[in-house]
Design a protein around this ligand. Structure first.
Ligand SMILES: [Zn+2]
Length: 349
């Protein structure tokens, strides 16, 4: 049975359907799992994504980029390949791509998360013969605690800062992570302000039907004398910049799955780290893989070696698949040699 997906120099390619999934070079037809920069790159002639993900993808693409959409679960025949998009639980509009051709089913997961998140559709397990899984947190040390526990800690940190006369600043990736943080903090504690990069994506979320508590663009409030008790959300690239000085005395925190790694908080030079990820942890990855019933698993982006070894010992036909996906750039750069990997919009103030 022929492969339905192969890796080419332009990205993941379905020859039977003549389209690419999350290509890293411009192509004629690009199917996009979600709008993070390593999966959604400008320059292609046509894009296909979910209806829910359209707004955030449009913001990320070149102006006027032609974007077609499919509702979750809707089927499209592309040169005889049955293609559909299903919730990946990662960020707004994120999708797993299901391909069916001559009785073979492949699923490309993109990035995914199995924990609940009020800002996106929950991950849907799909049955398939071959599953291409992400592997950002593909080591047994990565095990997330319940969201409610982390949320309580985050709110307590903010409340304590307020009571002690400081502002709180939390760094979170501007697409997806920041909106998740906004959705789970308690707005009764104090006012919520956002860096421009975050506020712009908040608007896209609200325009896409995701309710978020009211936030104020920090740039519209620079004349404010007293920031005590405020919570300010900013992209990680704002950390250590002069932009931070205008808020007076602040306590800083970073929201990332990498905060579980010893030393990550210190390297980020923040006061607190909250382990909040929009990727599956080790048990989440294994559970998702098992639920597919797949015989073959191709592991990509992250530390695929231990995952592939574990899967082989469990009886799977497993391989590493080399791609140019990196998980989340703001997360990965903590752990990578190349520190200068912030997205283009993160430099705006
Ligand atoms: Zn992503």
């Amino acid at each position: 049975m022929a492969n339905l997906i192969s890796v080419t120099d332009r990205g993941l390619y379905c020859e039977q359907g003549d389209f690419f999934i999350d290509p890293w070079q411009p192509v004629v037809r690009a199917v996009i799992t979600h709008a993070h920069g390593d999966h959604a790159r400008p320059g292609s002639e046509r894009y296909l994504t979910t209806s829910q993900g359209r707004q955030v993808l449009q913001t990320r693409m070149q102006p006027g980029a032609p974007i077609d959409t499919l509702a979750y679960g809707e089927e499209l025949s592309v040169n005889g390949v049955k293609l559909s998009l299903h919730p990946a639980g990662h960020i707004l509009g994120s999708a797993q791509v299901r391909l069916e051709f001559q009785g073979q089913v492949w699923v490309v997961s993109g990035d995914y998360k199995v924990a609940p998140d009020s800002t996106c559709e929950p991950f849907t397990p799909l049955r398939c013969h071959t599953f291409i899984t992400e592997c950002t947190f593909g080591l047994p040390i990565y095990r997330w605690r319940a969201d409610s526990v982390v949320t309580d800690e985050l709110n307590q940190w903010w409340r304590t800062n307020r009571d002690e006369g400081r502002a709180s600043m939390i760094f979170a990736y501007s697409l997806g992570k920041a909106q998740r943080v906004v959705s789970c903090v308690d707005p009764a504690i104090g006012p919520l302000f956002c860096h421009g990069a975050v506020q712009r994506v908040n608007r896209d979320y609200i325009a896409s039907g995701i309710p978020l508590p009211p936030t104020t663009y920090a740039g519209a409030a620079y004349g404010r004398k007293d920031w005590k008790g405020a919570l300010i959300l900013a992209p990680p690239s704002a950390n250590g910049t002069p932009w931070m000085r205008r808020f007076g005395e602040i306590s800083t925190a970073f929201a990332s799955g990498w905060m579980q790694v010893r030393g990550a908080r210190r390297r980020r030079a923040v006061d607190r780290g909250f382990v909040i990820s929009d990727h599956a942890d080790w048990p989440g990855l294994l559970g998702a893989i098992q639920a597919t019933g797949a015989e073959r698993v191709l592991a990509t982006h992250g530390r695929t070696g231990p995952m592939v070894q574990w899967l082989r010992e469990a009886g799977y036909d497993a391989l590493s698949l080399h791609t140019e996906f990196v998980g989340e750039r703001d997360d990965v750069d903590i752990d990578a040699v190349d520190i200068d990997s912030a997205g283009d919009e993160e430099t705006q103030t």
